[in-house]
Design a protein around this ligand. Structure first.
Ligand SMILES: O=C(O)CCC(=O)C(=O)O
Length: 264
């Protein structure tokens, strides 16, 4: 619990721009993306890639998390992708929803069985403030094509969704208490509902992979659309002389948390 308070404090410092960790991506809801910045958590829906923020990155090294992660990754563990999600009160346009998706769509590395997400509730989370919703058993299926859903109120950047999931699949809403953590497979179809409260629903998460995983070329696959978007974004953001490719982006994000760094 003390850890959660520390993560919350650090997030608030980021919002006030008191700290600016290298590589951190700060995201805003599509409904306020173009408004003037006021230093408050109200402006930020998510911070991503906090690998250079010592305080937030502690999350990825907590023994109580790694104990379970290791069951999926083995002893050589990389933290590949980090996020603190601050789901805002929905403005009425339903943009606070996260469409149903599989995280593997975003990842150019395999095998999927050696990748796992840890997602920790930073407060009580239920259907009112937009809990996770999962389609049990779908991790046994394959990676499906993803794209932006046609939502009338708008959609947040990179929130791709699956267009053709089985509507009859059981849905489970994960009601969680502060500090509860769920670990899930990158093929599991999941998303989250709209936040109907006035509070900002917080969760912290990391995707871990075995350092034995290997990069794949996603050209010619259903992941090509996200590759193009990520690469364009990274090149606009970093403006370095040489073109950045998808593997470069992931090498930049990835951090060893335990054992030996091998392929990633
Ligand atoms: O925290 C949420 O609302 C969902 C996050 C999620 O599924 C993701 O970012 O992949």
């Amino acid at each position: 619990m003390a850890d959660i308070e520390r993560f919350r404090n650090e997030f608030e410092r980021i919002c006030r721009k008191e700290v600016k960790p290298m590589g951190l991506m700060v995201m805003r809801d599509v409904t306020i993306a173009k408004s003037e910045y006021v230093p408050s958590e109200k402006m930020i829906t998510k911070v991503q890639d906090f690998q250079e923020d010592e305080e937030l990155f502690r999350y990825c090294t907590l023994p109580e998390i790694l104990k379970y992660v290791e069951c999926f990754t083995g002893p050589n563990i990389m933290a590949m992708h980090t996020m603190l999600i601050n789901k805002p009160p929905d403005s009425g346009k339903k943009t606070s929803r996260h469409p149903l998706h599989q995280d593997l769509h975003y990842f150019p590395f395999r095998p999927s069985n050696n990748i796992v997400c840890a997602w920790t509730a930073m407060e009580h989370i239920d259907r009112n403030n937009g809990c996770l919703v999962v389609l049990p058993g779908t991790h046994k299926g394959s990676l499906k094509p993803h794209d932006y859903p046609q939502w009338q109120g708008g959609i947040n950047i990179m929130f791709h969704g699956i267009q053709d999931y089985d509507e009859n699949n059981t849905r489970v809403h994960l009601v969680m208490e502060k500090g509860d953590t769920v670990f899930f497979h990158p093929l599991l179809i999941h998303g989250s509902g709209r936040n109907k409260t006035q509070g900002f629903r917080k969760a912290i998460s990391c995707h871990f992979a075995s350092a034995n995983c290997h990069y794949i070329d996603v050209k010619g696959t259903s992941q090509e659309n996200i590759e193009k978007e990520v690469v364009r974004f990274a090149n606009e953001l970093f403006k370095v002389k040489q073109d950045i490719n998808l593997k470069d982006v992931w090498r930049f994000r990835a951090r060893l948390v335990k054992g030996e760094r091998i392929n990633l």
